[in-house]
Design a protein around this ligand. Structure first.
Ligand SMILES: NC(=O)c1ccc[n+]([C@@H]2O[C@H](COP(=O)([O-])OP(=O)(O)OC[C@H]3O[C@@H](n4cnc5c(N)ncnc54)[C@H](O)[C@@H]3O)[C@@H](O)[C@H]2O)c1
Length: 432
């Protein structure tokens, strides 16, 4: 089976299916399609399927023109059901891996996708999981489910893990020039996955197992979470010491070796950094090991929105105002610059904490027209002179590049800048 599939891959004679067409899946599907492969996307979200088939993109990094062109050339087609799997050779899973309410890994989306694949599994299929997960998922959870079909992994079908490293909004590192790790549950599966990604990615690194690939992804994101927590705690310490943390980070960053700049912020968000380390600490708990550094980092980062609200109270206090009754404009609610994603965004916690304390809170974010906090639906205001002048305090949470910082500075009364976006201004600016 493996030689037949290898030949198909080498001859560019394979069809591919991407399951889960979100921030990861759609750009990946587009990249394969741009390279001439036929891609069949599958998503349980009817609207996404409809939009794709009409050439309408819902991801900032993919333009409507680019998508429409590929749809017209029959390079991309989206489906709501899995029947199309009988016609493809490669299946890549990019569904969500969130946490449950009790902060445990929620593999339900992956399991749903895998059970659907099992029902359509045929000899010669290569399945690759890209969703971030704890070590052992591909080998110990997914493989046995797929083998319930009666087909054998490593001879009838093949299975690998390849972590996704996409950085939404990044103008330099795209799918093609971001090196990709692959690890098979057996040697041949890894080799086949390597050949597939080599078609669209400049540098593919093959590792000895799917577990190594799973753990490498968790190391990358735990590294980020821990270092951001360090920067956040340094910011808290600098505030007590009355030192500018931003100047401290920049000056430490002049060291050409042994240091890497991480910046503080109002908290961490998105589907990766706050969640992925918890997948690892959960797995370790099942093995009676307490991943202390992850727990501490997570606690520091999760508390940042509360810290921001405390600082807001302190700033207002200097002007004999209280949070209760103050008009507070939040600038940016996306979890990071230039994206339209609010998952786990600290802005949501900050707005919610301020509302609970009786502030009149509103926000402006050109990428997020409305947000839902519990039963409350809030729409983005327009960023006019009047809105800025009427606000007692403007709090910058997300430093989108398209903000007109000069205009905001000129018209705002007071600014609390959690991102050092107003570094060229000094009066009436309070920094994290
Ligand atoms: N967003 C990122 O920047 C990023 C980066 C690296 C890795 N990841 C990882 O990639 C995975 C996907 O993340 P995302 O941000 O693309 O999520 P997303 O929510 O944007 O997209 C997931 C898509 O999967 C669909 N889906 C859910 N269950 C399905 C099923 N059973 N069958 C078919 N479709 C299904 C959803 O409708 C959704 O459209 C996660 O494991 C995440 O941790 C994300």
């Amino acid at each position: 089976m493996e030689n037949e599939l290898l030949k198909k891959i080498k001859n560019n004679n394979f069809k591919i299916s991407v399951i889960g067409l979100g921030y990861v899946g759609l750009p990946l599907a587009v990249e394969f399609a741009k390279n001439g492969f036929e891609v069949y996307g599958i998503d349980i979200d009817k609207n996404k399927v409809k939009n794709i088939n009409e050439g309408i993109s819902y991801i900032n990094d993919i333009s409507n023109n680019e998508l429409l062109d590929l749809v017209k050339k029959n390079k991309i087609k989206a489906f709501e059901n899995y029947n199309i799997l009988s016609e493809v050779d490669i299946i890549i899973i990019t569904v969500p891996t969130p946490l449950s309410k009790t902060k445990d890994p929620d593999l339900s989306y992956v399991l749903n996708a895998v059970n659907n694949i099992k029902n359509h599994l045929k000899k010669g299929h290569l399945i690759i999981l890209e969703s971030t997960t704890y070590p052992g998922t591909t080998d110990e959870v997914i493989k046995p489910i797929l083998e319930e079909s009666g087909l054998k992994c490593g001879s009838d079908f093949f299975l690998a893990f390849s972590p996704e490293r996409i950085n939404p909004g990044d103008k330099i590192y795209k799918i093609k020039n971001t090196p990709k790790i692959v690890g098979g549950v057996d040697e041949i599966s890894g080799k086949l996955a390597y050949e597939v990604y080599s078609k669209i990615i400049d540098s593919v690194i093959i590792v000895s197992s799917s577990k190594v690939a799973e753990m490498a992804k968790l190391l990358e994101n735990t590294f980020r979470a821990v270092n951001i927590a360090l920067a956040n705690e340094i910011a808290i310490m600098c505030n007590i010491l009355k030192i500018d943390v931003w100047e401290v980070v920049e000056s430490a960053g002049t060291k050409p070796f042994g240091f890497m700049k991480f910046y503080p912020g109002p908290g961490i968000g998105g589907h990766c950094i706050p969640i992925d380390p918890i997948y690892l600490s959960w797995k370790m708990k099942t093995l009676n090991y307490n991943a202390r550094l992850i727990e501490v980092a997570s606690e520091i980062n999760t508390n940042m929105p509360r810290y921001v609200v405390q600082r807001i109270a302190d700033i207002l206090n200097e002007y004999e105002m209280s949070i209760k009754g103050s008009k507070i404009l939040i600038l940016g609610v996306a979890y990071k610059r230039d994206v339209n994603d609010i998952r786990e965004s600290p802005a949501i916690d900050i707005i919610s904490l301020l509302s609970d304390k009786g502030a009149i809170v509103y926000y402006f974010d050109p990428y997020i027209p409305k947000i839902q906090i519990g039963d409350l639906e809030i729409e983005s205001v327009e960023l006019t002179k009047e809105v800025l002048k009427e606000s007692d305090l403007v709090v910058l949470i997300t430093d989108h590049s398209i903000f007109d910082y000069e205009f905001i500075y000129k018209n705002a009364n007071l600014i609390f800048d959690t991102k050092n976006a107003f570094k060229n201004y000094s009066e009436k600016i309070y920094k994290l």
